[in-house]
Design a protein around this ligand. Sequence first.
Ligand SMILES: [Zn+2]
Length: 108
Amino acid sequence: MLPESTSTASGDSSAEVSSHRPCPQCGSLRVYRSHRRGGCERVLRWMGLKIRRCHACGLRFTRYGGSVILIADVERTLRGLVQLAVALAGTLLVVAAMLWLTARQAAD
Ligand SMILES: [Zn+2]
């Protein structure tokens, strides 16, 4: 009777999906472009990467080539690099001070 019998998407009510690829964590299709937060994500944007966020589980990620990069991993890596740089700078400062003191004592 009603010409409405075309096969509708089986139970999938999510009409507005900005990304066709599902969330790598939960598989939801409710994945949208996310506003960048903080310097780390700004750097990723400068690199041409698009930050995406899953509205189902809250995962923030980007894709590079075929692989998924989690924003939390990037932030953890950057934090580690900063700590390493600080530790390295501190060590260099101590070594420089020791060399300077040794040179001063040798001059006396
Ligand atoms: Zn998800």
